[in-house]
Design a protein around this ligand. Structure first.
Ligand code: ATP
Length: 269
């Protein structure tokens, strides 16, 4: 089944190594989620309450979804991916019911991280235009977040590009109380992202990821842009390789050589 199906829970296969940069977020999530799951007894005995609700905000394509999945993988926790707008796109009353169902499902498969992408869709400030539509789903979401002990092992991460439209009540401590900014990567982080997204690709020895990260052309690239760049480069290298192989086969009286039998380099120039 599609992992986007509402309420579908599974452990994602995104690893820390797939995420470039975002060190501060890693540290925060390690402390508040990964360790609190791995060392649940120690955390409980210490009497310290760690954060269970987070808001990731910042420009699109910078790794909010990716890091949330990596956290779940690292913690061995289930992950439920909810698209805010899809959740809102229901008949009156259905959205609140869906919110209840999602949390109840998360409790049965805890430890579990519920990820609300575009959480602003269901949390517009009350009093704002269109806010009446979200009033009840938002109230329901806050009721679930306030669930106290009942919420044990259930972590909630909201993501948004528009934090300013979110009702402040949702962002209080105890709800989505820990706010983390996910910025566009700087030069060094661009290098780390290129390294992460080329992890499973064959790179020619003369590909200089640091030089690409430094290049003016990549100055405002997001992680998604860099992943796209790497993919396009790999595709171009593959096409070039296939053309060369075909030309060589034609030259050798139609003998065909399978591309899969040899090394396929990705060349970025
Ligand atoms: P949106 O706000 O549009 O939902 P987002 O911040 O959640 O965006 P992601 O969906 O996590 O962004 O990123 C999209 C893709 O871009 C990822 O699947 C990955 O391929 C690449 N990417 C983005 N940031 C990083 C990163 N820090 N390290 C490695 N890859 C990244």
């Amino acid at each position: 089944p599609s992992s986007k199906r509402e309420g579908f829970a599974s452990i994602p296969n995104v690893k820390w190594e797939d995420v470039g940069g975002l060190d501060l977020l890693r540290t925060e999530f390690h402390c508040h989620i990964v360790n609190s799951i791995k060392y649940a007894n120690e955390y409980e005995a210490s009497g310290i309450s760690s954060h269970t609700g987070f808001l990731l905000y910042g420009p699109p394509g910078c790794g909010k979804t990716l890091i949330a999945k990596a956290v779940a993988n690292e913690a061995g926790a289930n992950f439920i991916h909810i698209e805010g707008p899809a959740l809102m796109n229901k008949y009156v009353g259905e959205t609140e019911k869906a919110v209840r169902t999602i949390f109840s499902h998360a409790r049965t498969c805890s430890p579990c991280i519920i990820f609300f992408d575009e959480v602003d869709a269901l949390a517009t400030k009350r009093g704002n235009e269109g806010a009446w539509v979200v009033e009840r789903p938002l109230t329901q979401l806050m009721i679930e977040l306030d669930g106290g002990n009942q919420r044990k092992g259930v972590y909630v991460i909201g993501a948004t590009n528009r934090p300013e439209v979110i009702d402040r009540a949702l962002l209080r401590p105890g709800r989505l109380g820990k706010h983390l900014y996910v910025s566009l990567p700087n030069q060094e982080e661009r290098g780390l992202i290129l390294k992460a997204v080329s992890r499973n690709k064959h790179l020619d020895t003369d590909v200089d990821l640091i030089a690409i990260a430094r290049s003016e052309a990549c100055a405002n690239f997001s992680g998604a842009d860099l992943a796209h760049l790497m993919n396009e480069a790999a595709l171009a290298a593959l096409h070039e390789y296939i053309s060369r192989t075909e030309a060589a086969a034609t030259a050798h009286e139609g003998k065909s050589v399978s591309p899969s039998q040899s090394f396929v380099p990705a060349r970025i120039k």
